[in-house]
Design a protein around this ligand. Structure first.
Ligand SMILES: [Zn+2]
Length: 155
């Protein structure tokens, strides 16, 4: 028998430690929470993307009574896929706002979004940097694959 350990490295930054480009990513994700339509969960999630062509894109969660809405991350990625087909995603930022403030501990993408994002990452041909935005701290993960070990990509 053998055991394998899977690890994910998370670098924790304060906002002021971020590079200007990453500060912009964080601000756009926070701004995007205002576009959330979440009358059921009251959990407003915003997402921001920087594409390989320098374009910035925002997404926000969109709910409905059938509970068949879409998360902020896929809202942004599908926007990118629809409007800039074939252009890779360089970075993604994710922020969440509820009960009158941004969440203290950064929210992470759900499993469905991780699967979608890992396929965008595979198609981009390079890692997508992930920035999870909390009230006073930002988690940086070097790739989406690091958030989805043992990734299912062959079918
Ligand atoms: Zn999701």
């Amino acid at each position: 028998m053998k055991e394998k350990n899977l690890t994910t490295k998370i670098t924790v930054y304060s906002y002021n430690e971020l590079k200007p480009e990453d500060k912009n990513l964080v601000e756009l994700a926070r701004e995007a929470t205002k576009s959330s339509y979440s009358p059921y969960s009251h959990f407003c999630v915003g997402s921001s993307l920087l594409l390989d062509n320098g374009v910035w894109i925002k997404g926000a969660n969109q709910e409905n009574a059938a509970f068949a809405g879409i998360c902020a991350e896929r809202s942004a990625c599908y926007n990118a896929g629809a409007n800039y087909p074939g252009v890779g995603i360089k970075k993604i930022g994710i922020a969440a706002f509820t009960d009158g403030d941004f969440v203290e501990d950064p929210a992470a993408p759900c499993g469905v979004c991780r699967q979608a994002l890992v396929e965008f990452e595979k198609n981009a041909g390079h890692p997508i940097e992930v920035f999870l935005v909390g009230r006073d701290k930002v988690y940086r993960i070097e790739s989406v694959a690091a958030l989805l070990p043992l990734t299912f990509t062959e079918f």
